[in-house]
Design a protein around this ligand. Structure first.
Ligand SMILES: [Zn+2]
Length: 468
């Protein structure tokens, strides 16, 4: 879109390498300012995520980057979801030797997330891809990160300062603000569906000049939080009365901890009877342990709960099953029962085996509580598939499929508009990214029509110039 040679010294070039009109694969390149020979002083990446689809990682992830990784000075990470960090091993494999910077919780969460991805890829993909995701490269990819806390200024060079602000999406999640001289450029990362049971609300956006904003739910609205909690309670009670098995596919990071804490609260308030609830995900169990060490990043309500009680993530009836044999034994346990297992989109993990075992029985229920990406088994179930292929077997779907959209970890269309609106008077341009094309363009229309702002929905590979 732009020619590099036409750029003046106070300009930066922003490239939407990937994650423009797709939800996953976030990867944005900021280059500048130009030195006297016309080269950028710094090359900065924001996020380096896996492109996901039917599989955990599509083949596109193993294609060369659009830039030379050896020339990248800094990589800023908004949060530890794999669609924001999962391509770091490829980046390191291809020569990246720069600094990786993230909030302290993100630094703690990145390693188990990448190790889990490495384990899944080693089972699923061919040898060529294994070479990118070796344990040695994952080790190098997750060591030596620089932890920078929310609100702390981090100076790259004089006149170029970076700060993280709480995005309220998952533990450690941030939106990143680059102060380029007097111009403020903000990368939203994923923005949380505040208020969260665990996290503080998203910090309001202040005086941004340019904004890249996610748009996963750019064209949809969520149920209110009270409704979502009531709906979860109703589904738990329904399953209890039916005497069935309720399967909840969840993401190991944040969603699991939210659901467990909410069930804990419902039990305390005697809204539901005690029932066996299996947390059947080694990754979720490990991540919950990390949460226990990061209480200072929780919101005041749960901090108060922690000071009153011992542990927000343990309650009577909760059984954790890290070992594979314990997971298999769940099948023999009497109903009613609840199984919380990953992955959240049923694209792998133990939940798939439970779906194989339980979906053909109308007594059972599957509860979807998160975004289901196109092509995943979860999306097929959400769209009402009558039959699914699991582990090379065709399984008729007779179980009840329920969905609660309020559990999304992302802001809905109205909340995104409210987030952008707080910088309405300063924003020169908004770029809607990280959504399916329909939601990205819908959000762009709302930004234009309701806020009167200049807005673009770039395609992957597009570049723009930012004047500072
Ligand atoms: Zn995320």
């Amino acid at each position: 879109m732009v020619s590099w040679v036409h750029m003046a010294k106070t300009q930066y070039k922003l490239t939407f390498c990937s994650g423009a009109t797709t939800v996953t694969g976030a990867d944005f390149l900021l280059e500048g300012p130009l030195d006297e020979s016309g080269r950028p002083l710094l090359r900065i990446l924001v996020d380096c995520g896996l492109v996901q689809g039917e599989k955990l990682a599509t083949e596109a992830n193993w294609e060369p980057f659009a830039f030379d990784p050896a020339t990248i000075d800094y990589l800023f990470i908004t949060h530890a979801h794999i669609d924001h960090i999962g391509r770091i091993p490829k980046l390191v494999h291809d020569g990246f030797r720069g600094k990786i910077i993230a909030t302290p919780p993100t630094c703690a969460l990145a390693r188990p997330m990448l190790l889990d991805t490495a384990a899944i890829l080693s089972r699923d993909l061919d040898h060529k891809l294994d070479q990118v995701y070796t344990s040695e490269i994952v080790d190098r990819s997750t060591t030596g990160w620089t932890a920078v806390d929310y609100g702390e200024p981090f100076e790259l060079v004089p006149g170029l300062t970076v700060k993280f602000y709480n995005a309220g999406h998952i533990l450690g999640s941030a939106y990143v603000e680059f102060m380029l001289g007097g111009t403020k450029v903000v990368f939203s990362g994923d923005l949380g569906n505040s208020p969260s049971p665990i996290l503080p609300d998203t910090t309001p956006l202040k005086d941004a000049d340019y904004l890249l904003v996610e748009s996963v739910y750019g064209d949809r609205l969520h149920e209110a939080r009270d409704e979502r909690r009531d709906m979860l309670k109703d589904v738990l009670l329904e399953n209890y009365k039916k005497g069935g098995t309720l399967i909840i596919p969840t993401f190991s990071l944040e969603r699991t901890q939210e659901v467990i804490f909410e069930i804990h609260q419902m039990l305390e308030e005697k809204l539901i009877p005690r029932m066996p609830i299996y947390l059947d995900s080694p990754l979720a169990i490990e991540i919950t342990d990390i949460y226990r060490k990061q209480i200072k990043y929780f919101n005041p309500t749960i901090q108060e709960h922690v000071s009153r009680h011992d542990d927000p993530f343990i309650f009577p009836g909760l059984v954790v099953t890290p070992e594979a044999q314990d997971s298999k034994n769940i099948l023999k346990k009497p109903d009613p029962k609840v199984i919380i297992a990953g992955s959240g989109m049923s694209s792998g993990g133990r939940v798939v085996h439970h779906e194989h075992n339980y979906l053909s029985d109308p007594k059972n229920t599957l509860l979807l509580i998160g975004y289901q990406s196109v092509g995943t088994l979860g999306r097929k179930l959400e769209d009402g598939a009558k039959e699914i292929a699991v582990d090379r077997a065709l399984i008729p779907v007779r179980a009840t499929i329920r969905k609660i959209s309020g559990y999304s970890g992302h802001k809905d269309s109205d909340a995104l508009i409210a987030f952008i609106a707080t910088s309405k008077n300063t924003l020169k341009k908004v770029y809607t990214v990280m959504g399916e094309p329909k939601s990205t363009t819908f959000l762009a229309q709302r930004v234009r029509n309701e806020l009167g702002l200049a807005v673009e929905s770039p395609s992957g590979g597009d570049s723009v110039v930012i004047d500072c």
